[in-house]
Design a protein around this ligand. Structure first.
Ligand SMILES: [Fe+2]
Ligand SMILES: [Fe+2]
Length: 252
């Protein structure tokens, strides 16, 4: 598809690029009013691939996933996704995954995929802070377990990226990999919005052309990794404020 996108092509000009429609933080409830049917139809018209950036459901309940699955029928393009922290809240993660996979979503966690020549790798990610403020594995066992989780998510992302041999890759996350797209949120909660370990994993590869994430409802749409990879906060509230529609359109 060649509709207007929010960003210039990351690769060289001319053919061969695809448009990714990215959206996060749907937070579909048990009483969902199928508000995403038209959104998904619009994404299907405007893009070649859809990327779902987590917090797809409000509490990770089965009824919420079923509601979302009904709306997902309107999404007729290949769809990749990651879960968010809200999707694991109810402890029914396997069932939620099964319902959404049956509705056509390919979940990227630990498995990368290639669509129309573009690689997609993704993880939920985790929190822990950014740059010099990043929490280190020191002291109490609880701190070490927390930091381990952050490192594991970054390692999973790195492994998935290493599996891809395409010259263009999109990384799909829930938590933020950089501080830049968190700007706008209260300073006090920055360490809970993401982890720079995710950006460090991304910057080990030169074929990652775009990163999309969610979770940061009141952040900033555009940022970049220390290595210069564009990062887009696709939490629907952020995208809506920027473009008057809840999904981002990114050409890669
Ligand atoms: Fe969210
Ligand atoms: Fe979240």
């Amino acid at each position: 598809m060649n509709g207007p996108t929010d960003e210039p092509a990351a690769g060289e000009a001319g053919g061969g690029t695809i448009v990714v429609a990215a959206i996060g933080d749907l937070h579909v409830t048990e009483h969902g009013e199928h508000q995403f049917r038209d959104v998904f139809a619009g994404m299907s018209d405007a893009a070649d691939v859809a990327a779902l950036c987590g917090d797809l459901t409000n509490f990770g309940k089965i009824r919420e996933a079923e509601n979302l699955a009904e709306d997902l029928r309107a999404l007729t393009i290949p769809t990749v996704g990651v879960l968010g922290n809200h999707d694991v809240e109810a402890g029914q993660t396997e069932e939620v995954l099964r319902i959404l996979e049956q509705a056509g979503v390919t979940f990227l966690d630990e498995q990368a995929t290639v669509i129309e020549g573009v690689g997609f790798a993704g993880v939920k990610g985790f929190l822990g802070g950014f740059g010099r403020g990043e929490l280190g594995a020191f002291g109490e066992d609880a701190i070490k377990a927390f930091v381990d989780e952050s490192r594991n998510e970054a390692r999973k992302l790195e492994n998935a990226l290493r599996a891809l041999r395409t010259d263009r890759v999109v990384a799909v996350l829930h938590y933020a990999p950089v501080l830049g797209t968190c700007e706008g949120e209260p300073l006090e909660i920055y360490p809970f919005l993401g982890s720079s370990r995710l950006a460090n994993a991304i910057d080990r590869f030169d074929n990652v052309k775009a990163v999309v994430h969610g979770h940061v409802h009141r952040g900033t749409y555009r940022g970049e990794t220390p290595g210069g990879v564009p990062v887009y906060n696709c939490a629907r509230f952020v995208v809506e404020a920027e473009f008057d529609r809840p999904y981002a359109l990114i050409e890669v």
